[in-house]
Design a protein around this ligand. Structure first.
Ligand SMILES: *[C@@H]1O[C@H](CO)[C@@H](O)[C@H](O)[C@H]1NC(C)=O
Ligand SMILES: *[C@@H]1O[C@H](CO)[C@@H](O)[C@H](O)[C@H]1NC(C)=O
Length: 390
């Protein structure tokens, strides 16, 4: 509007000179202005209309987006339900298979021994793999029992054999009590010339199948008036430490191996003790240097029908069997770091043998179990996978 002002003044000035001419001009100016105003009003109302339309379009779009989100949410819920259903079905099939397995135990594979010795090559530890595995902070879970190898049958039906990860020497505790242990320089020496062993006399007797060898030391359980854990230095042959282990009553850790009240096992995180308490298996973390008990847990795994257990990366795997022996299986898992639940860990069967394990000792370097099964010395190769799937 301000643009027109000079014109307006000019025209008023002219009007004084020639009234009729001025009047005419004044009128046309008014008309012009009126037209301009009308045009602007029209345009404003057009803008109004447009903005209204945009507004309602925006509203509509918003509504559509909300509907879409709602629908997506519903679809997601349905998918989740479907997944849950599938999970339940898989579980049922697994349970049925388990049942069928226990109802129709297949005949023991008599040829197993021959077959397994042929596969000797696969048990050579892979050097590269060993170097890559960190000693601490491991977070692996057992995903399968990959292979089995029967090495020898020496000694009593029950016993322990294990290998020191540091020295690679093999140790044999035959029977469920005694005071000697046999040392072999190599696993191959055990199968080729069993007489080549060195016999080590321990200063006290050992009881059960809870003995283990870790870091150049024998840790063994001695049951006198008290249950004691002994630490024997293999380098100079002396008892370096002993500690009373706090068990209330001497209930066996595993009901299928009643001679063992404390089972000592080693993993990547050090030394552990498994022991019985009421109906369950308890776990204690031990300081391998001082024999201090650092922490204790109730694993929630029943002692009933358990035959043995081992620990990998802070997770306990309890192995169950039946009497008379059928097929050993890992049926209860306990993770001290709460990262693995029994539901997550698969039900794992040991290869068909229908023996009874009196001990299972895990070797952290080779990722295999040293098992004593009815007098046979057996190796089980494990497959591990990370606990967390990221
Ligand atoms: C432990 O072994 C010793 C020596 O063989 C034996 O005398 C003792 O009775 C055993 N203790 C138990 C509780 O079996
Ligand atoms: C054996 O070695 C350990 C640790 O190196 C030491 O504490 C102990 O006194 C030694 N024992 C003997 C009898 O030399």
């Amino acid at each position: 509007m301000r643009v027109f002002c000079p014109f307006f003044i000019l025209l008023l000035f002219n009007a004084r000179l020639a009234p009729s001419w001025a009047q005419y001009h004044y009128q046309s100016l008014m008309n012009y202005l009126e037209n301009r105003m009308l045009a602007m009003e029209e345009r404003i109302s057009l803008w109004h209309e447009q903005s209204n339309r945009y507004n309602s379009e925006l509203k509509e779009f918003r509504q559509q987006a909300t509907d879409l989100m709602e629908r997506l949410g519903k679809d997601h819920l349905k998918l989740q339900l479907d997944l849950d259903g599938a999970g339940v079905r898989v579980e049922r099939v697994e349970r049925e298979m388990d049942y069928i397995e226990t109802q129709n135990p297949p005949k023991p594979c008599t040829k197993a021994e021959d077959k397994m010795t042929e596969q000797e090559g696969i048990f050579k530890p892979n050097r590269k793999e060993e170097e890559l595995i960190p000693v601490t902070g491991c977070a692996d879970i057992v995903s399968s029992i990959r292979a089995m190898k029967i090495l020898k049958r020496i000694g009593n039906p029950k016993g322990v054999w294990t290998r020191d990860t540091v020295t690679a020497k093999v140790y044999i505790f035959s029977g469920t009590e005694g005071d000697t242990v046999n040392e072999f320089s190599l696993v191959s020496a055990l199968s080729s010339s069993p007489s080549s062993s060195r016999s080590i006399s321990l200063p006290t007797f050992w009881n059960g199948t809870g003995n283990t060898v870790h870091n150049n030391h024998i840790y063994y359980v001695s049951e006198g008036s008290e249950v004691q854990i002994m630490k024997f230095d293999l380098r100079n042959g002396s008892l370096v430490d002993r500690a009373v282990f706090p068990v209330d009553d001497r209930s066996p850790v595993y009901t299928l191996n009643p001679e063992t009240v404390v089972d000592l096992v080693a993993d990547e995180e050090g030394l552990w003790a498994l022991y019985g308490s009421k109906d369950n298996i308890n776990l204690a973390k031990m300081d391998a240097d001082t024999l201090d008990t650092e922490q204790m847990w109730d694993t929630g795994c029943p002692r009933e029908n358990a035959e043995s257990a081992f620990v990998v990366c802070g997770t306990v795997y309890v192995v169950y069997n039946t009497r008379p022996p059928s097929r050993s299986r890992i049926q209860c898992v306990f993770d001290v770091n709460d990262m693995v639940t029994s539901g997550e860990a698969p039900l794992l069967y040991f290869p068909r043998r229908y023996g009874a394990h009196s001990s299972l000792k895990y070797n952290t370097k080779e990722k295999q179990l040293y098992a004593w099964d009815d007098g046979y010395q057996i190796l089980y190769k494990l497959t591990l996978k990370p606990k967390l799937w990221v």
